[in-house]
Design a binder for this molecule. Sequence first.
Ligand SMILES: Cc1ncc(COP(=O)(O)O)c(C=O)c1O
Length: 390
Amino acid sequence: MKKQALGKTIDLFPPYLFMDLDKRRKTAVKNGQDVISLAVGDPDLPTPASVARFAAKEVLKPSNHRYPEGRGTARLRQAIAAWHKKRHGIDLDPETEILALIGSKEGLAHLPFALIDRGATALLPDPCYPAYKTGLLLSGARIKRLPLSENRGFLPDLDSLPGSFFKGAKLLFLNYPNNPTGAAADLKFYAKAVAAAKKHGFWIAQDAAYSEVFFGKPSPSILQVPGAKDVAVEVYSLSKTYCMTGWRLAWMIGNPEAVAALAKLKENLDSGQFNAIQETAVFCLENHDRLATPIREIFRKRADFFTDVLEKAGWDVFRPGATFFVWAKPPARIGSLNCVYRVLEEASVLITPGSGFGPRGEGYVRFSLTAPEKRIREAAARIARMKWKV
Ligand SMILES: Cc1ncc(COP(=O)(O)O)c(C=O)c1O
């Protein structure tokens, strides 16, 4: 029998970073190590019980069992508009400026198909969350890396880049609060980004998946910048806000043409998210403060003590303004991957190499504080005991 060949598209992708790391974790466990994983950005905390109870009732309702409404139920879109009005003071038309997604990863990865042509240039922050690249590779976009550096708080220096840098650019991905660095952005930065997008003619896709895990002032929305809706869309998610990564519900807000384009693509691709989950999202948004505040406080406490311990142990830590990530350089100048291997071998703690988020992540590693507090304290203590000088 002739052996079937696979298509070439799949070769565009390296094995997903976390899968490779997970393989190493399994081997270490097999070898008897008590491995603590601080690698994957998936909260250990369960979804609040009141949310799960509400959802259970919704699941039993036959009215929720049919194909969902494509753009999201009217109730969900109204609840999203009301939430943003209260949280950011922005007005959104539920009919034209809001679209439900099956998680922000899905929406962000599909977005390039809706917004730009094959061969168009897209600006990709370096380092950044890998899913933006997935969509860009599949849609045939040309990727140009936009450097983020620590001395600018991991915000791109849009003012000092020459005009030629933006030539031909049609789409810019932003992500604040930021994975992997934990950086937060303010409205002044978003105003600069919107001005650059208008000047050079590109769309902005701002990923706000970590919008509610902030430690200082509440993170603003890019749509608070006057006129931002002309050029920007922004994506929000239940995943991190309410510890609901497995439930798969997010939404995009902003420019109505961009919203309509992604809605059209999705009508042809998927059939939306289960109505019971959409109803549950309404419950979450209507009970936001009660649900999100305790979760945020847990992550704040974890970030405080973890960064303190690492700093005392000689690590060069970028103190996170938001998210549950800690981005740091080890006490010895070794590459990201070597650092990850050493930490796994000597401390039995699994972390993520910064180089997995782009070339500028080299030298850094990312800690995800998504394990029970006792385990995070144990991980910090083990790492602090490591001897880096050879
Ligand atoms: C920056 C960023 N955006 C989006 C996502 C995906 O979130 P969702 O669960 O909404 O797909 C993640 C998940 O880790 C993330 O880190």
